[in-house]
Design a protein. Structure first.
Length: 108
């Protein structure tokens, strides 16, 4: 059964900002970015445990081609998902806030 993911409002805003930024750089690049995010989210839903454990309570999935990461808490009935590119934010999951950070190129 695929995991359910809830995208934090802050993550949605970051995604919209990143989309606009990439579209300004090159027409269609924002669409490529969103396609990469969608593919990563689908992979997390199918196999959330395959991603890197970066803290004792959450995992991080890196977006292909873009300096962006999605952080998800470890197995819960409902998991929150958070994405960050250019600012700090947080995701509410099981009544706890989990901090997220910008992913630097080449960082593991």
């Amino acid at each position: 059964m695929a995991a359910k993911l809830l995208l934090a409002q802050e993550a949605e805003l970051d995604l919209a900002e990143a989309y606009a930024w990439y579209e300004k750089r090159r027409s269609g690049l924002g669409e490529d970015f969103l396609s990469s995010v969608d593919a990563c989210l689908a992979s997390i839903r199918r196999q959330p445990e395959m991603y890197t454990l970066v803290h004792e309570t959450y995992r991080r999935a890196l977006i292909r081609r873009f300096p962006f990461a999605i952080s998800t808490p470890l197995a819960t009935r409902r998991s929150g998902a958070s994405a960050s590119h250019n600012r700090r934010g947080e995701v509410l999951t099981e009544n706890k806030h989990v901090p997220i950070r910008r992913t630097e190129r080449g960082a593991a």
